[in-house]
Design a protein around this ligand. Structure first.
Ligand code: SF4
Length: 238
């Protein structure tokens, strides 16, 4: 989290990220979106996209269960960069049906219910956000999880049938924070309270020293593997 961009050797990775964003914009705009959840990686990408590739639209999913700090950083980015952010909500009828049948806190009751909730609140809205698009951009980094080791900077996303760009794939956590500090990028206040990975409020907790950076996501599911919600077509916990 310290050292400038030059000092920590980030410049080469940054150049590569900018090349990837240029390529994504040239090849696919206007049929490409950046799916942003306003974590540390995502605010770096908003900063870069607003300057380097402004034809790429920014979309986000409001699951209805986000922490206030996420709405705050969303507004801060809108104000700072003057960008439009297309917010996609879950289908109200689907949420009502799910909650009537399984309760508001269904995700704590079983893995199946947690997947059901992610499906209704995240996957279906993401499908709408990507409908008719030819490519999307994510803030995924390889070191975030074992399930992300094999990911490449540009992939064919079999799940959604479009191209997927991961322009921060080679960045470390220190790289991300060096960039945020250097460019004074607005970031989610929960990161200062030991939340390296931030999702829905009831499904995210702070981590302690020595824990995996995604240990605070769906922590009650005491199974092997690091948690994924299904947005990135990798298996959920084994
Ligand atoms: S992260 Fe939790 S609250 Fe959010 S959609 Fe998934 S199960 Fe539901």
């Amino acid at each position: 989290m310290n050292g400038g961009i030059q000092e920590c050797g980030l410049q080469a990775k940054l150049d590569q990220t900018i090349r990837l964003l240029d390529q994504a914009q040239d090849q696919f705009a206007p049929d490409i979106v950046f799916a942003c959840s306003f974590g540390a990686e995502d605010v770096v990408l908003i900063d870069l996209i607003s300057r380097q590739a402004p034809s790429i639209r920014i979309v986000t999913l409001d699951t209805g269960r986000l922490p206030q700090a996420t709405y705050d950083v969303m507004d801060a980015c809108r104000k700072r960069y003057g960008v439009d952010i297309d917010v996609y909500f879950p289908d109200a009828g689907e949420v009502e049906q799910m909650v009537r049948k399984h309760g508001l806190n269904l995700f704590y009751h079983s893995v199946e219910n947690r997947k059901r909730c992610c499906e209704v609140r995240k996957i279906h809205p993401l499908r709408r956000a990507l409908a008719g698009k030819k490519a999307w951009i994510t803030g995924l980094r390889r070191e975030q999880a074992d399930s992300r080791q094999a990911m490449a900077a540009i992939e064919n996303d079999g799940h959604f049938g479009i191209k997927k760009f991961n322009p921060l794939i080679e960045w470390s956590q220190d790289d991300v924070w060096a960039y945020i500090r250097e460019h004074d990028v607005p970031y989610n206040a929960l990161h200062d309270q030991h939340y390296p990975s931030i999702g829905c409020e009831p499904c995210t907790r702070a981590i302690t020293v020595g824990e995996d950076i995604r240990a605070g996501r769906w922590w009650w599911e005491n199974e092997e593997g690091v948690a994924e919600c299904g947005l990135h077509a990798n298996p959920l916990k084994k």
